[in-house]
Design a protein around this ligand. Structure first.
Ligand SMILES: [Zn+2]
Ligand SMILES: [Zn+2]
Length: 313
């Protein structure tokens, strides 16, 4: 695979992203004087629906890792829902995330905390152009299963319109307080929660698996991001639909996926192959990490032959 230039070495400011991120924070601060309890509830309800269903279940586990399948009509519906998150074009979101897993914590990782530090991995990497992002041919190579859908190109092109499309409905329901809290405050909070999965869970927390990267499990990120904080588990077997592995590692998104499966809407759900606590076992660092066609790696599978006792939640 061709090497992709690290964004750290290519510091060209991305004024579009800078403007968008600064504006969403200014508008989130501007929401404070509009506070009322109903607006806060609207913000909370939209946050706790769009974040688990749109971002973690759909953008991450369904699209990025193909950890389960749903009928095409439902996938389109869920991805539309994800576009309410205001997290940019879905095609870039998924391509960048697959790249992150492919090159985790190396110089080719789009947001390596090891090389750029906490704030780089959290947000400032977005302030710079990345070579692969500017080159459609380049990022398309990572997402052939998505680029063949015209609908995802349309959603990506008009992602801002979709993100703000709830505004007229909210205005009709509760005026400006609902718009300011239900759109701007909620999008800003959701961005930081998603960004913590790139930053905090590559810097703090504990590890169940001796993965090649610095990924870790952070309980408060797991709570805020519907299970995504069990990030070390995720890097160990990235195509697994369940991120929580130990009994205390509650994973709301996994519960939602199991719900879809019970309804017959989710099929081919990838389950944990094995779970081991690193400190209880000998890890052979020479274990080769294999990948599937979506770039998912499988540490756990390869540990299985060495460590027979599984602790599967
Ligand atoms: Zn990661
Ligand atoms: Zn992932």
């Amino acid at each position: 695979m061709k090497n992709i230039n690290t964004p750290v070495n290519n510091l060209r400011l991305h004024w579009g992203n800078i403007f968008g991120i600064v504006m969403i924070h200014i508008l989130a601060l501007a929401a404070i004087p509009f506070f009322n309890w109903h607006a806060l509830i609207v913000c909370g309800v939209l946050f706790f629906i769009i974040s688990p269903v749109g971002v973690t279940l759909t953008y991450h586990r369904l699209l990025s890792h193909r950890s389960f399948k749903v009928p095409q009509w439902l996938e389109y519906t869920l991805v539309t829902f994800g576009a309410f998150s205001g997290q940019g074009p879905v095609l870039i979101w998924v391509a960048e995330h697959r790249l992150h897993h492919r090159f985790s914590d190396t110089r080719n990782d789009p947001h390596s905390a090891r090389h750029g530090g906490f704030w780089w991995s959290h947000v400032t990497h977005l302030f710079y152009h990345k070579d692969f992002e500017d080159n459609e041919k380049e990022w398309s190579r990572y997402i052939p299963d998505l680029t063949c859908h015209k609908y995802y190109h349309v959603l990506s092109k008009y992602n801002f319109l979709v993100a703000f499309s709830l505004a007229p409905i909210l205005y009709f329901m509760g005026g400006m307080p609902f718009v300011m809290w239900g759109i701007f405050m909620r999008i800003a909070l959701m961005l930081h929660v998603t960004w913590f999965v790139n930053s905090a869970t590559h810097r703090f927390g504990y590890r169940n698996f001796d993965t090649k990267d610095d990924s870790s499990n952070v309980w408060w990120v797991a709570l805020l991001a519907a299970g995504e904080g069990w990030h070390n588990n995720h890097h160990a077997q990235s195509n697994c639909a369940a991120h929580g592995r130990m009994w205390w590692e509650f994973d709301l998104t996994w519960q939602l996926i199991k719900g879809l499966e019970a309804l017959g809407l989710a099929t081919d759900v990838k389950r944990p192959v094995a779970v081991y606590k690193v400190q209880e076992c000998e890890i052979d660092n020479s274990i080769e990490v294999k990948e599937d066609e979506f770039g998912n790696d499988f540490i756990g599978k390869h540990q299985e032959e060495y460590l027979p006792e599984a602790i599967i939640a």
